[in-house]
Design a protein around this ligand. Structure first.
Ligand code: J2J
Length: 540
């Protein structure tokens, strides 16, 4: 059993097993089951049109697992995976599970700062990358990461490997593979983060398989489902809600889009007769515009899931008429809890809420600042525990002591109110995080990076309203002494140089002499948020 993570107390584990949520089967079985039942069906199609049957994918996963074992990668080893939406991701994901290793999923956009931290925290022994993606050479990044993280023995490259191991060379004759304990950790997901450093989320075989299965049921996925992966495959939403894994579990076909642009995505929807996909609100807005001028035939699309940040009621109301498909709002988190509007919900709930919990055993509480339950219908912070919600982050005891109640509820940091129907409306946020169109930015993490700038004495990062992204990032700076604080472009270049992912770079810089303070002397971020919002509206 992997160490450093928090298991569910036995009475809860028993309850989740007795209810049939946890079925005691390793996660990779979802692929094997289908390969045995319908080997010839198409499981996966990449952007170039290469088609994988279930049998092909299953066999290649076994053969790649054999190659991983040959390298010495095996039970309990953590492997950082940073691959784009390509078949290499899918093969490697299953191969790692079958080798007994734990994939640690990162986004293609992550850079040295994030990857080094994740690899270190996970104690990873291997790191899987593309060769070059969008002009960025991941092998150069891997060299830097290896220098910083001595535990990393292997770099696996999809494409030209340079001095590293080629992903294709892992393809080896099958060997006997270990059998995973279904109650053990299957994957480590990356949290959006509210602290100085990103946290890792342990998800077990049992809990993640349930997450996938229950999601596939709620979304009506079956063998006729053709699901387009638009968001990064490593994102919980696109991977497991029901996403790529839910489609394979249901015996459908997964299609991989290299980008969310209407050019790529619409062409694939038309070519592959895609029936379902998942996007964040800015992409939904882009698509709603693009249907006005793009000629692609989107008539096969029957379900558009939108989540990651709040979708406004106005665009929500446009989805069905403009795209001719059902809208589903999804309020989810890599930590676990998923809320879905149901396919047969009345339109006021689909348009005006962020859905209701997936599982009958999801427990939710809405509390005030003192931790007391609010009155029904009032807004407060959402706490949750349940059969697929973590009980603690990986190797983070101090953070866990703050982020979980004594009786195991996860403090989501989201402000919600609950309607009589059980549907949740997201009203805001209590956590120090910016949600930039679904991309999460920890204010503290970014502030720490900014404070390394020699001309910056103090920094406070807040969200500012934005019509497309919901929010963008504004960095308030107090210059050091007589120094001139860096302008936005200089600061962004400085941060990029430190290896911070591009989506975290501040969109705007404001320079002040002093920060407003709360009565207890903390920086008053609410006041700063109001100040930038007023300034933006004055600028028009
Ligand atoms: C408002 N805020 C939302 C929504 C997430 C499905 C969908 C999304 C995620 C995800 C996910 C929101 N309206 N509809 O993992 O499986 C904000 C909340 C939440 C945080 C989680 C999935 N949907 N959010 O976004 O781990 O603040 O997961 O706590 O990236 O996103 O972020 P993340």
């Amino acid at each position: 059993m992997l160490d450093g993570w928090v298991t569910w107390p036995e009475p809860f584990a028993r309850r989740y097993r007795d209810a049939g949520h946890w079925q005691g089967r390793p996660l990779d079985r979802l692929l094997r089951d289908r390969a045995e039942r319908a080997p010839g069906r198409i499981a996966l199609v990449d952007a170039d049109g290469q088609r994988w049957s279930y049998a092909d994918l299953d066999r290649r996963a076994d053969r790649t697992a054999a190659g991983l074992r040959r390298l010495g990668i095996g039970p309990g080893d953590r492997v950082v995976v940073q691959l784009p939406n390509t078949d290499a991701f899918v093969v490697l994901f299953f191969a790692l599970l079958r080798a007994g290793a734990v994939p640690v999923l990162t986004l293609p956009a992550h850079r040295e700062s994030e990857i080094v931290h994740v690899a270190e925290t996970a104690g990873a022994t291997a790191y899987a990358i593309p060769d070059v993606l969008d002009g960025f050479d991941h092998r150069a990044l891997a060299r830097a990461v290896r220098k910083a993280v001595p535990s990393l023995e292997h770099v696996i490259v999809a494409g030209d490997p340079a001095e590293f191991t080629a992903f294709d060379d892992l393809d080896s004759d099958p060997v006997p593979l270990p059998v995973s304990d279904p109650s053990d950790v299957a994957v480590l997901l990356l949290s959006g983060g509210t602290t100085g450093k990103p946290k890792l989320i342990p998800r077990t075989h049992d809990d993640y398989a349930y997450n996938v299965r229950a999601s596939a049921e709620v979304c009506g996925f079956d063998e006729s489902t053709v699901y387009l992966v638009v968001l990064p495959t490593a994102h919980n939403f696109a991977l497991a809600c029901p996403g790529l894994l839910g489609t394979l579990m249901a015996g459908g076909t997964v299609v991989l889009s290299p980008t969310p642009s209407p050019d790529d995505a619409f062409a694939l929807i038309e070519r592959e007769k895609v029936t379902a996909t998942a996007v964040v609100p800015p992409i939904a807005l882009l698509w709603l515009d693009a249907v006005e001028w793009e000629e692609a035939d989107l008539s096969s699309l029957s379900l558009l899931q939108v989540g990651g940040s709040k979708l406004g009621a106005e665009p929500a109301a446009h989805v069905e008429p403009a795209l001719g498909c059902t809208l589903q709002q999804v309020f989810g988190m890599a930590e676990g809890l998923l809320n879905y509007t149901r396919l047969d919900d009345p339109s006021d709930l689909v348009i005006g809420t962020q859905g209701r919990p997936l599982s009958p055993d999801d427990e939710i509480r809405v509390v005030d600042e003192d931790g007391h339950d609010v009155l029904p219908g009032e807004t407060g912070e959402l706490l949750t525990r349940g059969p697929y919600t973590l009980r603690g982050y990986y190797r983070a005891p101090e953070h866990n002591a703050r982020t979980f109640t004594d009786d195991g509820y996860y403090r989501t940091g989201d402000l919600v109110r609950v309607l009589p129907s059980g549907h949740l409306v997201v009203e805001g946020r209590a956590k120090d995080q910016i949600n930039r169109g679904g991309d999460k930015i920890s204010a503290e993490e970014l502030e720490n990076h900014i404070l390394a700038h020699p001309a910056v004495h103090d920094a406070a990062v807040v969200g500012m309203p934005d019509a497309t992204m919901g929010e963008r990032t504004c960095a308030y700076l107090v210059p050091r002494g007589e120094a001139t604080a860096p302008a936005q472009r200089e600061l962004a270049a400085f941060l990029a140089d430190r290896g911070v992912a591009a989506y975290k770079l501040p969109d705007r810089v404001e320079v002040v002499d002093v920060f407003p303070r709360t009565s207890v002397g903390k920086i008053d971020k609410k006041a700063l948020g109001r100040r930038i919002a007023e300034r933006l509206s004055a600028e028009g």
